[in-house]
Write a protein that binds this ligand. Structure first.
Ligand code: NDP
Length: 289
């Protein structure tokens, strides 16, 4: 019998994860199938019972990365400190939670910022949701100093206070109207999803050229953007601007790919076929968006 894996999300319709993981299983001759499960919160208890009884592993996406923790028997230290689980391994009915998002963003960033060390660099993160929190955790673990800013400042404050205790590197929260620059800028908001009518004339402040030009690298973790005036779902207006200014850019598919690579390792104990997963992600992205 093929082992069962899947992604839990709501909505889950446009998930690229089934294509990526099924391609990896096939390439590595792992007898397994991976499907998207769009589950409403009222059905979560029943779904998680089914996971415990029938699944070998699960990816967890919005809005369940925090809620799912109560169904687990154990949670690894990183996921516990981040406060979110995006990966579950089922060891014969014993569910263990992990977070591979921070590993995915670290890998996406360190493959672009080559050189001696990321220690002491300054990262500015915009957003204070689950993704921003995982990214901040990852960057602090690399020794980067982090400035985190969010429309709702109290959420950035909470992340800064909690993570500051865990690392030697510094983390500060910043007023929305201050625009501190640094070495790397990361957009971890869902701004593009919320604003599909964005045009070149009404870009958010974080796309301002005078702000951007001080950075060396710009990452935008959005990967499923449907803007009426910008047709490429990966090249967000932020990345377009950064490229025009000659800065290095990192699109959201990189973080997605590398977090999936870490999931594959957790589920199978084997190295993941990265290039096959990268190709599957690219093809499915073109097909869906
Ligand atoms: P959350 O819903 O937890 O957080 C959303 C964040 O976006 C909040 O900080 C929110 O601010 C901010 N935001 C939303 N609208 C606006 C706006 N109009 N102006 C300014 N800020 C805004 O989502 P996640 O953290 O889970 O995900 C964020 C994005 O990252 C999503 O687009 C998601 O698809 C993407 N993502 C990509 C991953 C990848 O692998 N590439 C992995 C995970 C997520 P406020 O608190 O004020 O509401």
């Amino acid at each position: 019998m093929a082992k069962k894996y899947g992604i839990l999300a709501y909505p889950a319709g446009h998930s690229l994860s089934p294509a990526v993981h099924n391609a990896a299983f096939k390439a590595m001759k792992v007898r397994a199938e991976y499907k998207a499960h769009e589950i409403e919160e009222v059905d979560l208890d029943d779904f998680m019972k089914m996971v415990r009884n029938n699944f070998a592993g699960l990816s967890v996406s919005l809005p369940y990365k925090e809620i799912v923790i109560k169904y687990l028997d154990e949670i690894d230290d990183h996921a516990r400190r981040i406060g979110a689980v995006n990966t579950i391994v089922n060891n014969n009915g014993f569910l263990v939670g992990y977070n591979t998002d921070f590993l995915g963003s670290n890998k996406a960033i360190t493959e672009v910022i080559k050189g001696p060390s990321t220690k002491g660099m300054i990262a500015v993160i915009i957003g204070a949701g689950g993704a921003a929190r995982a990214i901040a955790y990852g960057l602090l673990s690399l020794g980067m100093n982090v400035w985190i800013k969010n429309r709702t400042k109290s959420k950035a404050d909470a992340i800064a206070i909690e993570l500051a205790e865990l690392f030697d590197a510094e983390i500060h929260s910043e007023e929305w109207d201050n625009w501190q620059t640094g070495d790397i800028l990361i957009n971890a908001t869902s701004f593009w999803i919320q604003n599909p009518d964005t045009t070149a004339e009404n870009l958010p402040k974080f796309c301002d050229e005078n702000f951007l030009r001080e950075f060396k690298v710009v990452m935008d973790i959005s990967y499923n953007v449907h803007l009426k005036n910008f047709p490429d779902p990966l090249m967000t207006p932020l990345l377009i601007k950064a490229k025009e200014l000659g800065l290095k850019t990192i699109s959201g598919d990189k973080m997605l790919l590398y977090q999936a690579v870490e999931q594959f390792k957790l589920w199978t104990g084997e190295e993941a076929p990265i290039e096959i997963m990268r190709k599957a992600l690219e093809e499915e992205g073109k097909r869906c968006f």
